[in-house]
Design a protein around this ligand. Sequence first.
Ligand code: ADP
Ligand code: MG
Length: 218
Amino acid sequence: MLTARTLVKSYPSRTGRVEVLGGVSLELARGETLALTGESGSGKSTLLHLLAALDVPDSGEVLLEGQDISALGDAARAGLRRDRFGIVFQALNLVPSLSVAENMALHARMAGRYDAAVCDDLAERLGLGALMCRRPEDLSGGQQQRVAIGRALAARPDVLFADEPTGNLDEETADRVMDLMLELTRETGTACLMVTHSPRLAARLDRQVHLSKGQIAA
Ligand code: ADP
Ligand code: MG
């Protein structure tokens, strides 16, 4: 469903441009869960940003069902993210002034797919049912993480992108959040690309790819 073809991405630095991705190709099938691993600084977030249409490559293409989304302008890519993708950032980007319920509904509302029953069900499954009136600051890290996942999934995306979604959590909480995320994506047939540097968590997804020196190492 989502195909990356020879993606090259570099960033400017004081000493000239530094190439982070040196021709990365990747395939994510409908409903597939894929772990993206690699050392810190190996370009995992950069690759996720290209695949999720948050940024565009220097060269190469990202095809969503055959359409080159990296060739689209900013507004079209924003619309695509709203309509097709769910994104969970490491810095969760919850809206501090909104309640848990409002945060959870936010993306779905923007996508025109808000469904109270879907949101309520997700909240229950994520163990947030009793917390819906709270503000994000009154939640634990694990709870905030679950709100971010709920917000992404409530919009019923075709692809969920998650950048180290359990990176700030202790091992036990990370496991529980992962269980839920995988359970929910598998139930709904949502494809998932998850960045993690935990081999243990990566092993729980359908497939793993490892990024090293700007290339995918099989
Ligand atoms: P990872 O997520 O695997 O830790 P990143 O994709 O965040 O790696 O970063 C890969 C490399 O690109 C790092 O050396 C980082 O410093 C650099 N980098 C990432 N984003 C930017 C940016 N916006 N501007 C300049 N350099 C960047
Ligand atoms: Mg990163």
